[in-house]
Design a protein. Structure first.
Length: 132
């Protein structure tokens, strides 16, 4: 871990998407597992959960989260609303960076856009993130 924001930014810039191809993702399971004591959180530490992706959790639209449109069933029978409430109760801070899907364009030209911080779901506790 580091407190150097430049090192964090540079490390994030090296990430590339792999696998996947489906939409949405099983983030609810990640959110739920963050509250499990077996995760190994250090006592007294601030617990940050950082999720970097290009989709929203299964069923987030069903739970009424603004900007989320997915109404599919979660494969683990979890609810985004319930697991985020559990994170809040367990004092976990969620920082979610979501890359917006490219919009259809009239021309065939494409461009690569950098990921930016966007709210895919409300944070479990107050968190401050900066956009690029």
């Amino acid at each position: 871990m580091t407190g150097d924001a430049t090192k964090v930014d540079n490390a994030i810039d090296t990430l590339t998407p792999t696998g996947g191809g489906d939409y949405p993702e099983s983030y609810n399971l990640v959110f739920q597992k963050s509250t499990d004591p077996a995760t190994g959180w250090r006592a007294g530490s601030r617990k940050l959960v950082v999720v970097i992706g290009d989709a929203e959790p299964h069923g987030a639209g069903t739970d009424g989260f603004a900007g989320c449109t997915d109404h599919s069933s979660d494969p683990h029978a979890l609810s985004t609303k319930t697991v985020l409430a559990g994170m809040r109760a367990a004092q976990r801070t969620l920082i979610m960076v979501r890359r917006q899907r490219p919009r259809a364009r009239a021309s065939s030209a494409t461009s690569r856009s950098r990921p930016r911080a966007t709210p895919a779901a409300p944070p479990a506790t107050a968190a401050t993130t900066s956009s690029r």
